[in-house]
Write a protein that binds this ligand. Structure first.
Ligand code: GDP
Length: 197
């Protein structure tokens, strides 16, 4: 599934310019610096896939990648960067809301959460948006190599308890590190499973 090329196909700054709904889409979202580019690159085995600029306040856009003609990987703009003005946050919400509305080929949104920090208000606000749009999402803990082994089960359990109240959250939490590679094969398998459904 992931062993061939993943090609950048489309960038959309507004929902007027979304690509056609050809294949199933799987989207990745998370706070700026959560490790999204690293994880996407680890998943696809390509260093150049997520060509995200790290300039805060850059134009918000959705980037679409064709993964071997099997599915479209959607890189959502990072949110919650402290230096980004409130109107940028609103622009993010508007773009994402518009994108989620009627995107019937969107199979799942992976919501990346830094294992060291856990769920933040902004993550919950994003999941509220996903709930409203009835889009299924799954939390992925990132950078677990930075958490003491003994602390990790507690972090996962706390996240699970917080998610239990949400209507559209997929119950399983992916526990990953793109640095050590932990959880990456499992995440690939989860994507393969979604495509097979
Ligand atoms: P993005 O802004 O969400 O795309 O995040 P990046 O992938 O660019 O990563 C942000 C920072 O976190 C970089 O300095 C990465 O080296 C670091 N990082 C990413 N993934 C991991 C990880 O699994 N473990 C550790 N320790 N650091 C990571």
């Amino acid at each position: 599934l992931f062993s061939g090329p993943a090609d950048f196909i489309w960038a959309a700054e507004s929902t007027r310019s979304l690509p056609p709904m050809k294949m199933l889409e799987i989207a990745f979202a998370g706070r700026s610096n959560v490790g999204k580019s690293s994880l996407v690159n680890a998943l696809t085995g390509r260093k150049t896939l997520a060509r995200t600029s790290h300039t805060p306040g850059r134009t918000q856009q959705l980037n679409f990648f064709d993964v071997n003609g099997r599915f479209t990987l959607v890189d959502m703009p990072g949110y919650g960067f402290a230096a980004v003005a409130k109107n940028k946050v609103e622009a993010w919400t508007d773009l994402i809301h518009d994108y989620l509305r009627g995107r019937s080929n969107l199979a799942r949104v992976f919501v990346l959460v830094d294992a060291r920090h856990g769920l933040k208000d902004i993550d919950n606000a994003v999941m509220d948006t996903l709930d409203k749009s009835a889009v299924s999402y799954q939390v992925v803990l990132t950078k677990t190599d930075e958490v003491k082994k003994a602390d990790l089960p507690g972090r996962v359990e706390a996240t699970r308890a917080a998610l239990a109240r949400r209507p559209a959250a997929y119950p399983e939490i992916a526990v990953t590190s793109s640095r050590s590679g932990a959880g990456v094969p499992e995440l690939r398998a989860a994507i393969a499973q979604l495509l097979a459904e």
